[in-house]
Design a protein around this ligand. Structure first.
Ligand code: G3I
Length: 375
């Protein structure tokens, strides 16, 4: 059944154009909004959105609505937010994000169902049988809530399953259930919403390296076993002091050749303080490079920036002495990185992603409950 979840991005074009008139700050040479140009490209341009400023700040809302045609909840759809206690669900923040997106004709990418972080302690302490049941039930409930909602089109089903060397992360998920939790999570998500695009998402997989190759091998293996993996997300948490992954386009393309959609899910480019004009220029080039890579890969659906204003970036809280990773400054003024994204999206030939999702339908569970590695 063709679903509205697969609708064309063209729908959002008109709203993007109309909304341009209320844009807060746009440099003189950057005509039009990011989303307007992204739609012309056949791509999305997105941002992670935090619920508190969304509720409290007009400037935040204006930029979030006018510049982006896709949004991801930065925290509101994570397990600790949606099911803090066993079978007690709270969708206040998640619904706030989804309703905002609906009002502004944006797509929502659900983030994230199964992760080792921001998952309550009650889950982490379960035995294998109960943990698998809790995972399946959580996925059924959270994905099921939005299954008939055309705004929510995709999910990060599993997040960061690899360690930095490309081995399976020794998380409580893996240690309790073995690798089979990954396949089961995808099957549960497919059962909950046959039309949602289902993604596996990780960091430090932008270039070709041991970790991205492990991801490649896993996705290939899962799909060979008819596990419904539709999409690979490259988070894109970059830092100018570490250099740019110059083979990002080549890496995206090898995944695309497996038949999956690809996307950049959490782009930001941090720098060591203090911020300088030279660092801004380097940062802007990194943003350009990522957008260009996505433009060049037909199966790349778009790029989501992990926030948009430095005011609310996660970076300074995590990396001491680093920051300024986003495209607007603390006062919502555009930075060179904004212009870089704008100009990389502007013009060019449309390259709509036409990657099909795996066949919708009711999948069978793996029924594996041991710690065996079989998928
Ligand atoms: O909600 C509490 C609040 O009640 C409390 O007063 C405050 C005090 O510190 O903490 C608040 O929780 C914080 C939460 O964000 C919501 O703001 C947590 O401390 C903080 O650790 C948490 O950080 C988030 C982080 O994931 C957690 O791992 C970041 O905002 C979020 O940007 C970040 O996002 C992740 C992606 O989900 C996955 N990929 C990596 C990316 C960056 O780490």
């Amino acid at each position: 059944m063709p679903s509205s979840k697969w609708r064309s991005l063209a729908v959002v074009c008109a709203v993007a154009s109309a909304a341009a008139s209320v844009l807060i700050a746009t440099p003189a040479h950057a005509d039009g909004t990011l989303r307007g140009h992204a739609v012309e490209r056949g791509k999305f341009i997105g941002a992670a959105i935090a619920t508190t400023p969304l509720a409290n700040e007009t400037a935040y809302r204006n930029i979030a609505s006018t510049e982006f045609n896709q949004i991801t909840a930065e925290n509101a759809m994570k397990w600790e937010s949606t099911e803090p206690n066993d079978n007690q669900y709270t969708f206040t923040g998640a619904d706030q994000i989804v309703n905002f997106a609906t009002q502004n004709n944006q797509q929502v990418h659900g983030h994230t169902l199964v992760w080792h972080s921001q998952t309550p302690g009650w889950v982490q302490g379960l035995n294998a049988t109960n943990m698998r049941a809790a995972m399946n039930e959580h996925i059924a409930t959270v994905v099921g809530r939005y299954a008939n909602n055309a705004t929510v089109v995709s999910w990060d089903v599993v997040n960061e399953v690899f360690d930095d060397n490309g081995n399976m992360r020794q998380s409580f998920w893996f240690n309790t259930l073995g690798q089979s939790y990954i396949a089961d999570a995808f099957r549960a998500a497919r059962a909950a919403d046959p039309n949602a695009r289902l993604c596996i998402n990780d960091y430090n997989v932008e270039g070709i390296n041991a970790k991205s190759t492990a991801m490649f091998n896993l996705v290939q293996s899962l799909r060979a076993q008819n596990v419904p993996v539709d999409c690979v997300g490259f988070q894109g948490h970059l830092a100018i002091q570490f250099g740019f992954p110059n083979d990002i386009q080549q890496n995206m393309q090898r995944f695309a050749n497996l038949g999956v959609q690809v996307r950049v899910t959490e782009l930001d480019v941090r720098m060591q303080t203090p911020r300088t004009a030279a660092k801004d220029t380097t940062q802007a080039q990194y943003y350009t490079n990522v957008i260009n890579a996505c433009n060049a890969v037909t199966a790349c659906a778009g790029v989501t920036i992990w926030g948009f204003t430095d005011k609310y970036s996660w970076v300074p809280d995590t990396f001491s002495g680093e920051g300024f990773a986003l495209i607007y400054d603390n006062n919502y003024a555009v930075k060179p990185a904004y212009t870089a994204v704008h100009n990389a999206l502007d013009g060019g030939t449309p390259t709509n992603d036409t990657t099909p999702p795996t066949t919708p339908g009711t999948p069978t569970a793996s029924a594996i409950t041991s710690t065996g590695a079989t998928l």
